[in-house]
Ligand binder design. Structure first.
Ligand SMILES: *[C@@H]1O[C@H](CO)[C@@H](O)[C@H](O)[C@H]1NC(C)=O
Length: 454
């Protein structure tokens, strides 16, 4: 006979449904606020979608009422200059920023209504796209409507967007005071894939506030192509060179690639940097901008949009990003080694318990180059820290050189290492192109293109 206390097989109607109900109602994440429990209770049925649509409609009415009240209360001259037309509200924020010096235009209420409606419509559309995400989007919808209401109140541009902010791309603008740099250290060498990789990376870094890019060529002289790319990016950068020492160049087998360049960057940091964090970011990886910044992973691509528009929320619960690194932080790297993954192993209690990597090789820190970040202050506290010329052991050697520092002291990022925000993508190696027939093409565009192509 089955007893009533057997957890997996409830004895009868008295015990069963009650238990199931308890299992189906985990407490909502705190970020959902006072609406959380209602959204959660409606989860897993289509009813919640209907509810949210109704809610959106209700909020729209409320919003229109609120905005018209505000409009009535404020003289037109005090209103901020807004772009006309049916642009999305956030584009208007960008418009305010870029057109900062223009004469304030009257604020036509129809435009405001239109854009507000548009905002809600977009939110509802997003909501309709995916049932599973409906609850999450619903919570965001509430936030968005709330923020749009605030946005359309007659205030000036956001405080951190003064005249310095002539360009809305965070990586190009002067960082707001108090934002320490993230030094991104990228060794590189001339090869067919170099320019596309660096182009992709530059455009990732444009979305990162206070990024400072250290690009170190494995060359005696800086190349014109890289100089132009860096200039054109508008990022803050240092264009350095450091050639691999001859003895390693001649060596057979695996070479210690990137070591001379990273050590050159460390030397630059010791001489020029006082605060912030540095990160060894090779040019062939893929980086989610959220790994750098103060945006929680749950916001996903929303982070990109917000970052571009200088509307990154300052949140207190910083857990994902490397910006808050005190000494050494680590996080998972995808597409790495035969395991497809290289990461610290973290217990359910949130404690570091070891490493997971396709190749341990007797390393104390079996991690990928892109899997950790270090604070500049900590580097200054370890004047001897350096990267050894040891193929395969560069990361381990560098992290060991930060001694005293033990694996258990690692700061775990990416939500206790549960998110992959860096990928060890590797471009297929391309053969160099054949020489150009100069007799035939000297007077054409090909002569120019050939200086770009390897
Ligand atoms: C990490 O895990 C611990 C223990 O489970 C938890 O208290 C903490 O909130 C987690 N942090 C994040 C960012 O998920």
């Amino acid at each position: 006979m089955v007893t009533a206390s057997t957890p997996l097989h409830p004895a009868g109607p008295a015990g069963g449904p009650q238990q199931q109900q308890q299992q189906q109602q985990p407490s909502p994440p705190p970020s959902w606020g006072p609406w959380g429990h209602r959204l959660r209770a409606l989860n897993s049925t289509r009813v919640h979608r209907m509810w949210l649509l109704m809610c959106a409609a209700g909020l729209l009415v409320l919003a229109q009422y609120r905005v018209s009240t505000l409009l009535a209360a404020v003289p037109a001259a005090a209103s901020p200059p807004l772009a006309t037309g049916r642009a999305a509200p956030d584009e208007q924020v960008a418009g305010v920023v870029v057109a900062g010096g223009h004469t304030p235009a009257p604020w036509p209420s129809s435009v405001t209504m239109d854009t507000l409606e548009e905002a809600v419509r977009l939110s509802v559309e997003r909501l309709a796209q995916n049932d599973d995400m409906a609850a999450v989007l619903g919570a965001r919808l509430l936030r968005e409507v709330a923020s749009h209401l605030q946005l359309h109140a007659p205030t000036s541009a956001p405080a951190d967007c003064s005249q310095q902010c002539a360009d809305v791309l965070p990586g190009r603008a002067v960082p707001p005071p108090g934002t320490d740099p993230i030094y991104v250290i990228t060794p590189t060498y001339r090869r067919p894939e170099q320019l596309p990789e660096l182009t992709r990376m530059a455009q990732t870094l444009l979305l990162v506030r206070a990024a400072h890019w250290l690009v170190i060529e494995d060359a005696k002289e800086p190349s014109k192509q890289i100089a132009q790319l860096l200039e054109r990016s508008g990022l803050r950068f240092e264009h350095l060179t450091a050639a691999m020492p001859e003895q390693y160049k001649k060596k057979r087998g695996a070479k210690p690639k990137g070591v001379a360049q990273r050590n050159r960057a460390l030397q630059w940091l010791r001489a020029n940097a006082t605060a912030g964090v540095f990160y060894f970011a090779d040019d062939d990886n893929t980086y989610d901008v959220a790994i750098f910044d103060e945006v929680r992973i749950t916001d996903g691509w929303e982070a990109v949009r917000e970052a571009v528009l200088w509307r990154v929320e300052r949140r207190s619960s910083v857990s994902v990003q490397i910006r808050s690194t005190k000494r050494v932080s680590m996080f998972p790297v995808g597409l790495c080694t035969k395991f497809g993954l290289s990461t610290p192993v973290v217990s359910s209690a949130g404690a570091f318990v070891g490493f997971y990597d396709g190749w341990i090789g007797g390393r104390k820190f079996p991690v990928d180059m892109a899997g950790f970040a270090v604070s500049v202050k900590f580097l200054h506290m370890r004047p001897k820290a350096t990267m050894p010329y040891a193929p395969g052991f560069e990361e381990d050697g560098f992290l060991r050189s930060l001694a005293p520092f033990e694996p258990k002291e690692i700061e775990l990022k990416a939500d206790n290492c549960t998110k992959v925000m860096v990928w060890h993508t590797q471009t297929k190696a391309n053969a160099p192109s054949p020489p150009l027939d100069m007799a035939k093409y000297n007077q054409t565009n090909l002569a120019v293109l050939k200086t770009i192509i390897v």
